[in-house]
Design a protein around this ligand. Structure first.
Ligand code: 13P
Length: 256
């Protein structure tokens, strides 16, 4: 059985005070869902707030994640952050392959695989983000692009979570339809072979409290990776409840 997960990617937003308030509010709202072990809730604050947010979340079932990491174990990499530092800060998960790093910062499929590998070595669970651009979808290249993105990671995916984040849906208000998401999730799951039943596949891209229930109702959609809407405690907490109550029986969670 695989985990239902709701992840909040705060990206490069919030003051420290705002971050701590948001974390405390989500922690309080999440207790009911997470204690019932129905949904795993993960927050991904910016690096400078990890330590303080970790303290806020201590003793709560809400988990901490980081937005990226460096692929090397340690060394002369000014400004970078290693997997072991993230573990020291209390992180259990880390995003790799987010489109803002693939497209904005030129991270390659090979680099993303190296980051995922380093994360696993350190005991972190990588949340591997994949997704096509609008132009790629229009030219029917979605599956080719997804295959290229997961190929270097294939041997590791059984120990990761996947997030399908179509680039055209991120921060645009143009959410994928439940049917579009369902089709891609099924395609990705088919690539996972025997591990398909246990790897959570999340949807991300303009998810909010209004559109989440219809996406979460699809059996292959195991949860969400939320950007903008995760910055509002009330909305994000409501989405936790929506995921908890979603019917996708095929994705019903038993905590590992
Ligand atoms: P939005 O929810 O703001 O579209 O961002 C999605 C995302 O990139 C999450 O990682």
């Amino acid at each position: 059985m695989r985990t239902k997960m709701l992840c909040g990617n705060w990206k490069m937003n919030l003051s420290k005070t705002e971050a701590l308030t948001l974390a405390a509010n989500v922690r309080d709202a999440a207790a009911a869902y997470a204690e019932a072990e129905a949904v795993q809730c993960v927050l991904f604050p910016p690096f400078p707030y990890l330590d303080a947010v970790s303290s806020v979340l201590e003793g709560s079932p809400v988990m901490l994640g980081a937005q990226t990491l460096h692929e090397a174990e340690s060394g002369a990499y000014t400004g970078e952050v290693s997997a072991s530092m993230l573990v020291d800060m209390g992180c259990e998960l880390v995003l790799v392959g987010h489109s803002e790093r693939r497209h904005g910062l030129g991270e390659s499929d090979a680099l993303i695989a190296a980051k995922a590998s380093r994360a696993l070595e350190a005991g972190l669970t990588p949340v591997v983000c994949v997704g096509e651009t609008g132009a790629e979808r229009e030219s029917d290249a979605t599956e080719v692009v997804l295959l290229r993105q997961i190929e270097p990671l294939k041997h590791m995916l059984a120990r990761c979570a996947l997030a399908y984040e179509p680039v055209w849906a991120i921060g645009t208000g143009q959410v994928a339809t439940p049917e579009e998401a369902e089709a891609v999730h099924a395609f990705l799951r088919a690539q996972l072979g025997e591990n398909g039943a246990s790897v959570p596949i999340l949807y991300g891209g303009s998810l909010n409290g209004d559109n989440a229930p219809s996406l979460f109702s699809k059996p292959g959609v195991d949860g969400g990776l939320v950007g903008g809407a995760s910055l509002k405690a009330e909305v994000f907490s409501r989405m936790l409840g929506q995921l908890r109550n979603s019917s996708g029986e095929d994705s019903f969670h038993v905590h590992a």
